[in-house]
Design a protein around this ligand. Structure first.
Ligand SMILES: *[C@@H]1O[C@H](CO)[C@@H](O)[C@H](O)[C@H]1NC(C)=O
Length: 314
């Protein structure tokens, strides 16, 4: 292992440390004041499903007290739409952009999410946060709320099985007598820690002892090399989820489709109807673009029949 300390440029779009939520899981915010903060790192990238995924994830995280959501977007420029969205949820967050370096873009497979996680690690380091828990939570996973109380107890590194991984439908530790002794995962490839990114959590005080914490741009080996960079040893691992018998996180993957397209003359995209504003919003969200010349004409109907655009929109 020959690691260098991280030296990423961190580009913050917006952030808030304010928690405007009054209640979480039927208790007032003040009941949770003493808990260590969970730094929940979500790498994300522009695509049609991005905003729906983040919305759904936010609605899980809104139930979780003392959580700071680090959303790192794989693009060059900040987008205001995302800032507004994240602020509206009312929980503490940091929105940053962390594009994949261009030299990796054409690799197959490309090391997706690495620049984002590296930027988040750099951010944590810069702030010297040592009282808290780090967790890498992708935007398309499904999280059981019990996951959060489990990982909050992490002293060094905790691990637990992840559902819906590859052929076995699961990846996770093998536990005997309350100790992790091996791993069940259908792809080993020399990995000492063959675990999914969502299958572990790290205590920041523990991580702070390792100045060379890193996550190299090596597809498939991100988890292994990250865990090696923080000096993980088998006997340090704390099994969670009832000795790794329960699934608290699922590697659900949303089916991805290419950008939608609506063919409609731009003269109708004004405020005579909702369509101008609606399609504008969908464009900001990266879901649908409007075109004048490509694809099939937008179908607008009334009483079961297609109507000419001019009839409805003029
Ligand atoms: C895990 O297993 C050990 C050893 O069998 C046991 O002592 C411990 O109580 C178990 N932990 C949980 C949370 O069930």
């Amino acid at each position: 292992m020959n690691f260098r300390p991280l030296n990423e440029t961190v580009h913050i779009c917006s952030e808030s440390y304010e928690d405007r939520r009054q209640f979480m899981q039927d208790k007032p915010q003040s009941d949770y004041g003493q808990l260590p903060v969970i730094y929940f790192v979500t790498p994300t990238y522009p695509r049609r499903e991005q905003i729906p995924e983040l919305t759904r994830l936010a609605h899980t995280l809104l139930h979780v007290p003392r959580l700071h959501w680090l959303v790192a977007d794989d693009q060059e420029k900040c987008n205001d739409f995302m800032d507004t969205l994240l602020y509206r949820f009312g929980m503490p967050f940091t929105h940053m952009v962390s594009p994949m370096p261009s030299k990796f873009r054409n690799e197959k497979p490309a090391p997706r999410g690495v620049a984002n996680r590296r930027a988040a690690l750099q951010w944590i380091r810069q702030h010297n946060f040592t009282n808290g828990i780090l967790y890498f939570g992708d935007d398309d996973n499904t999280y059981d709320l019990r996951l959060f109380s489990e990982i909050r107890k992490t002293q060094r590194v905790s691990m637990f099985p992840v559902g819906l991984i590859a052929d076995y439908g699961v990846s996770g530790p093998v536990v005997r007598k309350g100790k992790v002794v091996a791993f069940l995962d259908s792809w080993v490839a020399g990995r000492r820690w063959p675990v999914d990114m969502a299958g572990f959590a790290v205590n920041l005080e523990y991580m702070a002892q390792y100045p060379y914490v890193n996550m190299p741009y090596k597809p498939g080996y991100e988890e292994d090399l990250f865990l090696r960079s923080i000096g993980l040893q088998m006997n340090l691992i704390e099994p969670r989820g009832n000795n790794c018998t329960e699934i608290l996180v699922w590697h659900t993957q949303t089916k991805s489709k290419k950008l939608g397209m609506v063919r409609l003359e731009s003269k109708y995209l004004d405020d005579r109807s909702n369509l101008g504003a609606l399609l504008h919003n969908l464009k900001l969200m990266g879901v649908t673009s409007t075109t004048e010349s490509e694809g099939r004409n937008a179908l607008i109907s009334k009483n079961g029949r297609e109507k000419p655009h001019s009839k409805i929109l003029s």
